[in-house]
Design a protein around this ligand. Structure first.
Ligand SMILES: CCCCCCCCCCCC(=O)SCCNC(=O)CCNC(=O)[C@H](O)C(C)(C)COP(=O)(O)OP(=O)(O)OC[C@H]1O[C@@H](n2cnc3c(N)ncnc32)[C@H](O)[C@@H]1OP(=O)(O)O
Length: 236
């Protein structure tokens, strides 16, 4: 574990964003990327039965070798963060393995998300593993991406809640292998409800529109003091 002078609290963590990764976190990202590439490679692999048996054996041996290392405990990491004593490695341990956005997850393109002014922005290139209709991104994967994108509007506010309602209108197919751009913003807050909207774009054409309602389990949503200037934008 890398020791640093900076400690993180769970509430400081932004969806899909981390501090600068440590060398260990960089290696996890490289391993995750390599496994994601392997996942693309395995699709309809044109190998003989003998070759496939050999790959199965190799994959089992790799899994067994990794299993001997064990896995760091999620609960312990989360506890340190909830106590405000999390390290940068604790943050990457949580954020980097999230589905779709985690930079060390083999289940991620990855989809990158960031805040820009009063908006959440995102970008990702999706491969064949994410295919729905031929050559197009699966609508359910788009739904997952929108769920994470819209959840990130909660970076602007105090409280973190769960998806209550997510309405999606698919306007056109979203192609694989091309940069897909995402955008979301806060519309308004009503007590424990946060209302937001998002969109998906490819080469300047909008392919998807979404509206969401997030529910805070306890406590009303309100803007973080550093985003107080959004008040005018979300009322406009
Ligand atoms: C520390 C680690 C944290 C970690 C948190 C990390 C979050 C990561 C999230 C990842 C994304 C997910 O996968 S989230 C997982 C998918 N979502 C879920 O599993 C949610 C399942 N549903 C629930 O748990 C519940 O139904 C809730 C919490 C959403 C609502 O229950 P409740 O708290 O009893 O709400 P209730 O009092 O009835 O209603 C409060 C207000 O919200 C409205 N409302 C209630 N439900 C909904 C709804 N589904 N859609 C729209 N609006 C709704 C009501 O009309 C009311 O409005 P008014 O009368 O006041 O106007």
């Amino acid at each position: 574990m890398i020791m640093t002078d900076t400690f993180y609290h769970f509430r400081d963590i932004r969806v899909a964003e981390t501090p600068a990764p440590s060398p260990r976190a960089e290696l996890h990202r490289e391993l995750g990327r390599t496994l994601a590439e392997l996942n693309e490679q395995v699709l309809r692999l044109d190998a003989s039965d003998d070759q496939l048996r050999d790959y199965i054996q190799q994959a089992r041996e790799l899994k067994a070798a990794m299993a001997e290392q064990g896995q760091r405990d999620y609960g312990t990491t989360l506890r340190r963060l909830l106590d405000g004593e999390g390290t940068g490695d604790d943050v990457t341990d949580l954020v980097d393995f999230e589905i779709l956005t985690g930079k060390a997850s083999p289940l991620s393109p990855p989809l990158e998300l960031w805040l820009e002014g009063d908006k959440v922005k995102g970008r990702g290139i999706f491969g064949l593993a994410f295919q729905g209709p031929p050559g197009r991104l699966h609508g359910g994967v788009i739904g997952l991406a929108l769920d994470i994108l819209l959840a990130k509007t909660q970076d602007f506010v105090e409280q973190i809640g769960v998806t209550g309602t997510l309405k999606i209108r698919y306007l056109a197919g979203t192609p694989l292998h091309k940069p897909v751009e995402f955008e979301a913003r806060l519309i308004r807050m009503e007590g424990r409800k946060l209302i937001c909207e998002g969109s998906v774009w490819v080469e300047g054409q909008q392919t998807v529109a979404a509206e969401g309602i997030w529910i805070s389990p306890r406590g009303d949503y309100r803007l973080k003091p550093e985003y107080a200037e959004l008040e005018a934008a979300i009322r406009a």
